[in-house]
Design a protein around this ligand. Structure first.
Ligand code: GRF
Length: 215
């Protein structure tokens, strides 16, 4: 049975592209939904015959009304998994609960460091030597929730926000399709403390998930 994936974007959509390009066996990209009509990623999806839909947050009086419309658009696509890929809206607790255990997000930092915006600038300001990205299940607290996979990059002398963001983005495009693949393969579960366990995860001598993550 194929699993239906619904991807939510707000802009460029490069993570959505990476997930589409991965052509994950057993997964069907049921639709791409944007809260912004001008999101560049919508063209990429439409060109590949993926159904697209805009639910413009500006058309709704409050978060509850927007989230209700968004949920209706998502549910019309019968999702097994909802993937936030650069989706720049804070979601209500009701929305998050509705998709508990089947809502993933990618964040451009090594959570729990640097939740919120401007992560690369803040990493540079803090002087951290390593930075990275995190795929996590979404819970009501912003940029929190059980971690599925992370990737680490060095912060190099001379880095600025743009060079650091570019180095992190390469890793985003690697780990997000991986996390979706694990979900589709039924390899993700939660332990008693709500941490994510990955069945048969390949872990190297340094204790990190070994790239390429999939054998
Ligand atoms: C990525 O850095 C993602 O981690 C963050 O927003 C950016 C979206 O990029 N949440 P794209 O739209 O996937 O290209």
């Amino acid at each position: 049975m194929q699993k239906n994936i619904v991807i939510l974007i707000s802009g460029r959509g490069s993570n959505m592209e990476a997930i589409v390009a991965a052509a994950i066996p057993g997964a069907r990209i049921a639709g791409v939904i944007s809260n912004r009509p001008d999101a560049a990623g919508l063209n990429f999806a439409a060109e590949r015959g993926i159904p697209t839909r805009v639910v413009d947050h500006k058309a709704y009086p409050d978060r509850e009304a927007f989230d209700a419309a968004l949920a209706a658009a998502i549910d019309a696509l019968a999702p097994d998994l909802v993937v936030l890929a650069g989706f720049m809206r804070v979601l209500t607790d009701g929305f998050v609960s509705r998709y508990a255990g089947r809502l993933l997000n990618i964040h451009p930092s090594l959570l729990p460091s640097f939740p919120g915006l401007h992560t690369h600038r803040r990493a540079l300001e803090a002087g951290v030597r390593v930075h990275g990205t995190t795929v996590h299940f979404v819970t009501p607290t912003l940029d929190c929730g059980p971690i599925v996979v992370q990737a680490v990059v060095p912060v190099l002398p001379g880095d600025d926000e743009a060079t650091l963001a570019a180095r992190v983005l390469v890793q985003e495009h690697r780990i997000y399709p991986q996390a979706v693949r694990w979900f589709v393969d039924g390899r993700l579960s939660f332990d008693a403390e709500e941490r994510v366990r990955v069945r048969d995860e390949l872990v190297g001598p340094a204790g990190w998930t070994v790239p390429p993550v999939e054998a």
